[in-house]
Design a protein around this ligand. Sequence first.
Ligand SMILES: Cc1cc2nc3c(=O)[nH]c(=O)nc-3n(C[C@H](O)[C@H](O)[C@H](O)COP(=O)(O)O)c2cc1C
Length: 243
Amino acid sequence: MNSGPSAGQIIRQRRSLVACDGRTSIPVERFYRMLARVMPRVELDVARRPMPWDAIPWEPAIHFGLFVHRVDGIDRGLYAMARDPGKVETLKHSMHSHFDWAMPPGCPASLPLYLLERGDARQLATQLSCRQDIAGEGAFSIGMIAEYQEKLLAHGASFYRRLFWEAGAIGQVLYLEAEAAGVRSTGIGCFFDDPVHEVFGFKDLAFQSLYHFTVGGAVDDPRLTTLPPYGRRGAAARPRSSG
Ligand SMILES: Cc1cc2nc3c(=O)[nH]c(=O)nc-3n(C[C@H](O)[C@H](O)[C@H](O)COP(=O)(O)O)c2cc1C
């Protein structure tokens, strides 16, 4: 039986991290588990996919470029993950040809995660995310990369909005996974997309950097106050008994 906190508790307590401690690492097993939760499992019909991917009625179009800084058990560096295993080859052909595409040790076969290049990517990640330290001082950060031109041509301009919905859903899952793992995360809307494309080697409109995300050990800001969610409003809204 799972003795950890309930989903409700994690949902109510989750907060964005406003600063990272620059020290906390996460075990690689936890890293793989977090990433597995954002895999929609395209081999299943949409209605049978794991929550919340059963609520997204289009095939996944968002993949990851990752900056791994502090994950115990794997090398630091640049990684890529395809959220649809069938897209690995397309990504490979769109990215720099010198990348390794090596499966990291212990990575479950169901997780299409690959080491592209070993190295310290902390400064790079920070610079790419508008020089925000949270992107370099966590355990890892992510550039969410959208399948772009082909999707827009196939589905029309309104699909642009859907790409953001998908990225947002991924962010929400990662927020909860990070909280459950005892670390925290933050969505990063400020980043430089052209330099992101240069780092990974994207040269045309086939892929587009859409949203960034960071996960790491949080430093609380004492100026912020946290109040119990829903408490007062919930009490006021409760219907009175007429009997
Ligand atoms: C789409 C989006 C983009 C964001 N961009 C940034 C960002 O660039 N830098 C940052 O520090 N926080 C960013 N945040 C985090 C917000 O500041 C944070 O979610 C907000 O302060 C609410 O805090 P909470 O998540 O603890 O409720 C972003 C959040 C979202 C949803």
